[in-house]
Design a binder for this molecule. Structure first.
Ligand SMILES: Cc1cc2nc3c(=O)[nH]c(=O)nc-3n(C[C@H](O)[C@H](O)[C@H](O)COP(=O)(O)OP(=O)(O)OC[C@H]3O[C@@H](n4cnc5c(N)ncnc54)[C@H](O)[C@@H]3O)c2cc1C
Length: 384
C-alpha cells in the first residue's frame, strides 16, 4: 500500500465545508428540517461556494467535481443540515447530469433557472405499481410529429412539490423491455401535468410528490439521448448517487452521535453524567466504529468510480450497509437521550425519521444484496 486516506486537497475541502456548515447552516437547521420547501437563503449561501452547481458545465457557472469530493461535501453538509446535504445530491447533481446530455438550447434555458433557484429539478422513475422493478414502468411516450405525448403516473418524486423540470422515464417501446425506456425533460407547467404533495415522515424540505401526466405534449427535442437508451442513463445516474446518498445518511448519523455525546456528558443520573456508564459510552464507541466502517466502504466505492474501475458491487455494499447502519446509529443515539429524544426538543428524532428514507430511496437493502449476489455468483444463481 502506498498510502491510506485523503490527500491534502480533500482534507482542505473537508475542513472548509465543515467550517462553513457549522457557521452558516447549523444555526437554522432545526427549523428548516421541519419546514416544507428548500430554504433559498441557505441555498444562496451554498451557491457562494459553488455547492449548488456541482456537475453543471462551467459555461453555465458550474464545476465538475470528482465523486470522492462530492462525497466529502455531502457528508460534511449533512452533519449540520440534512436537507441541504440531500439537495446537493437530489437537486442539480442528478438532473444536472441528465441535462448535460440534452440539446444545448435546453441547457441554456434550464441551467440558469436551476442555479438561480427560480425552480427546482426532479427525477421521475417510480410509479404507483413499481419501484424496484424499474423496467416495469407503465408510463408511455408516443411520438406524434414533432412531439411525444406522455401518459402515466409517477410517484415518490423528491423535490416534486417545488420541481419545475423533471427527468421523466417512459416507455417508447413497451415490447422491448429495458431497451424500450426513454428519458424526457418535461417542464412541469405543461398542460396535463398534475402534482399531489405526499405527507412524509422525513426529508420534509425536499417535499415529495406524485405527478400525473395526462396527454402531456413534450417537444421531441426534449428527449435525452437516443430512444430506448433511457434505462441505461437512469442506472448510470442512480448508481453514483447511491453512495452519496449513503454519505448523506452517515453525515446525519455522525451529527446525531455528536449530539448524543454532548447530551450524555451533561445528563446526570445516579449522581454522575450518564456518559460515565459503560452502557452509554460503549454504545457510542460501537456506533462510531460501525459508522467509520460504513464511511470507508463509501469512500472506497467513490474512489473506484473516480478511477474508472469496476464498482457495481461496492456501490451496493456501501448503500445497503451504510444506510442501515446510519439508521441504527440514530436509533441508538435517540435512546441515549431518554424520553426527550422522543420529542422535537432535540434533532435526533427528525434525523432518525429522515434516515429511514435513505434506506429505501435509490434502492432498498434487498435490491442492493441482489446486485452483490449477481456479481459474486453470476446471473444464473440470482436469488428469487
Ligand atoms: C425518501 C424517498 C425519496 C425517493 N425519491 C425518489 C425520486 O426522487 N424519484 C423516484 O423515481 N423515486 C424515488 N423514491 C422511490 C424509491 O426509489 C423506491 O421506493 C424504491 O426504488 C423501492 O421501490 P418501491 O418503494 O416501489 O418498493 P417495492 O419495489 O414495491 O419493494 C417493496 C419491498 O420488496 C422488496 N423487494 C422488491 N423486489 C425484490 C426482489 N427482487 N428481491 C427481494 N426483495 C425485493 C423491496 O426491497 C422492498 O422491501 C424515493 C423513495 C423514498 C423513500
Amino acid at each position: 500500500m502506498s498510502g491510506f486516506g485523503f490527500g491534502e486537497e480533500e482534507d482542505l475541502l473537508r475542513r472548509q465545508i465543515a467550517e462553513f456548515a457549522r457557521r452558516e447552516l447549523a444555526p437554522g437547521a432545526r427549523e428548516r428540517a421541519k419546514t416544507p420547501g428548500m430554504d433559498i437563503e441557505a441555498l444562496r449561501k451554498m451557491a457562494g461556494l459553488g455547492l449548488t452547481s456541482l456537475n453543471v458545465p462551467a459555461e453555465y457557472g458550474g464545476t465538475t467535481t470528482g465523486w470522492v469530493k462530492l462525497g466529502i461535501i455531502v457528508e460534511e453538509l449533512s452533519k449540520a443540515d440534512s436537507g441541504v446535504g440531500g439537495y446537493v445530491i437530489m437537486g442539480p447533481a442528478v438532473v444536472g447530469k441528465i441535462l448535460t446530455q440534452a440539446p444545448e438550447e435546453l441547457q441554456r434555458e434550464w441551467f440558469p433557472r436551476l442555479l438561480s433557484f427560480e425552480t427546482f429539478p426532479c427525477f421521475c422513475v417510480t410509479e404507483p405499481d413499481c419501484g424496484s422493478d424499474a423496467a416495469a414502468i407503465k408510463t408511455r411516450a408516443v411520438r406524434d410529429g414533432d412531439f411525444y405525448v406522455i401518459n402515466g403516473e409517477k410517484t415518490s418524486v423528491t423535490l416534486g412539490v417545488q420541481g419545475g423540470i423533471a427527468a421523466v422515464f417512459a416507455k417508447t417501446n413497451p415490447e422491448a423491455g429495458v431497451r424500450g425506456v426513454s428519458c424526457f425533460l418535461v417542464p412541469l407547467d405543461l398542460p396535463g401535468v398534475t402534482k399531489t404533495p405526499m405527507k412524509d415522515m422525513g426529508w420534509i424540505p425536499l417535499g415529495r410528490a406524485s405527478i400525473s401526466f395526462d396527454e402531456v405534449r413534450v417537444p421531441a427535442d426534449h428527449r435525452v439521448g437516443e430512444e430506448g437508451r433511457g434505462f441505461y442513463l437512469m442506472m448510470d445516474v442512480i448508481g453514483g448517487l447511491r453512495v452519496c446518498m449513503t454519505l448523506w445518511a452517515i453525515g446525519e448519523a455522525e451529527g446525531a452521535l455528536e449530539g448524543a455525546v454532548a447530551y450524555a456528558k451533561g445528563r446526570m443520573a445516579f449522581g454522575r453524567p450518564v456518559a460515565r456508564f459503560q452502557g452509554v459510552s460503549f454504545t457510542i464507541a460501537e456506533q462510531a466504529t460501525i459508522l467509520e466502517s460504513a464511511r470507508l466502504l463509501c469512500y472506497r466505492a467513490l474512489w473506484l468510480m473516480d478511477q474508472g474501475l469496476p464498482h457495481g458491487k461496492e456501490q451496493a455494499m456501501a448503500k445497503w450497509y451504510g444506510t442501515r447502519m446510519a439508521a441504527m446509529a440514530a436509533h441508538e443515539m435517540l435512546l441515549i437521550h431518554g424520553h426527550v429524544g422522543y420529542t422535537e426538543e432535540y434533532p435526533v428524532e427528525q434525523l432518525f425519521r429522515n434516515l429511514v428514507g435513505n434506506e429505501i430511496a435509490d434502492g432498498p437493502a434487498e435490491i442492493m444484496k441482489l446486485i452483490i449476489c449477481r456479481e459474486l455468483m453470476g446471473r444464473d444463481f440470482e436469488p428469487l
